[in-house]
Design a protein around this ligand. Structure first.
Ligand code: PTJ
Length: 274
């Protein structure tokens, strides 16, 4: 399908086309398309841009990643399809960052496909293709992890994650940074540092902030982060967008000249076309 750059929703249509394509190639599961739809709805309400509050969270996330001993970013099918080059950029900006494939709908083929996409984007070492450890008390395939990655990590960055694993990782004493456009999701609510932003924008900003932080040369610290305030800010942004939309007048119906053509209705009476 050809998309016109003049279409008002061109950027969003391109992302959809990219995901649909990744689905046809077996990288993204059908459930991933549904997840994207949910994310898009929240992004729409958030103004489709990084809020000042999300930007603050992204800067603190950069600092935490640099301060951690074993930071890991977890990559699923959607993240690989949408943001493989942003993951590679982040891995360059945070030298100790491990990159691990972790799938909810795991098959060996999908795990290999995600790793291929990451390598092609410039990630030299991808963990998690063949899991070597299990996260306890987690019933899904997300429990299958790499001993050198998520299993030993002290900090996990988990974009587009499910709430069960976010909670299981925290229960193991790991710091959790989530990226999720839904501030009401269990993942956002259980993360130590919830980033309520679109995954590409979020990872780019975290990488930019990490580079800037390293250029300053002082050691990074696990700065305090007020996660409740971050979630409240996101909800307030949505509430403002909704009340602005409620106050706006509906889009006017374009004026059409009444057609003079007449046609015969089923009842046999002649009517004007609508
Ligand atoms: O590749 P797999 O097998 O690991 O499966 C991946 C999906 C995404 C299908 C799986 O993790 C899943 O079902 O996720 P959920 O539970 O639907 O949660 C995804 C969350 O990500 C939702 O809260 C969405 O609002 C959010 N989300 C979706 N797209 C984006 C997003 N957040 C940021 N950026 C997006 N582009």
């Amino acid at each position: 399908m050809r998309l016109s750059p003049r279409h008002p929703r061109y950027a969003s249509l391109r992302v959809r086309a990219r995901l649909a394509n990744a689905h046809r190639q077996g990288l993204v599961v059908p459930e991933g398309l549904v997840a994207q739809g949910r994310g898009e709805a929240f992004d729409y309400l958030l103004g489709e841009r990084t809020s000042p509050s999300a930007r603050r969270a992204e800067r603190v996330a950069a600092e935490w990643l640099l301060a951690a001993r074993h930071p890991v970013v977890s990559v699923n099918g959607n993240v690989a399809a949408l943001a493989a080059s942003e993951v590679a950029e982040l891995a360059r900006a945070v030298p100790g960052l491990a990159v691990e494939v972790n799938l909810f709908h795991r098959t060996p083929q999908r795990a290999a496909a995600v790793a291929r996409v990451l390598r092609a984007a410039g990630v030299p070492r991808v963990l998690g293709v063949q899991p070597t450890a299990t996260i306890p008390r987690l019933p899904s395939d997300r429990a299958q992890v790499d001993r050198r990655g998520i299993f030993r990590a002290d900090l996990c960055l988990i974009p587009l994650e499910d709430g069960d694993r976010a909670e299981a990782l925290r229960a193991l004493g790991k710091y959790v940074i989530s990226v999720d456009l839904n501030p009401l999701s269990r993942t956002s609510r259980s993360a130590d540092l919830p980033i309520v932003d679109e995954v590409q924008r979020a990872l780019r900003e975290v990488a930019r902030a990490a580079r800037a932080r390293r250029d300053r040369g002082t050691p990074a610290k696990m700065r305090r982060f007020d996660r409740r305030a971050a979630l409240a800010d996101a909800l307030a942004t949505i509430a403002r967008a909704l009340s602005r939309a409620g106050a706006r007048r509906p889009i006017a119906r374009p004026r059409r000249r009444a057609s003079r053509r007449r046609f015969r209705g089923t009842a046999g009476r002649s009517r004007r076309t609508p």
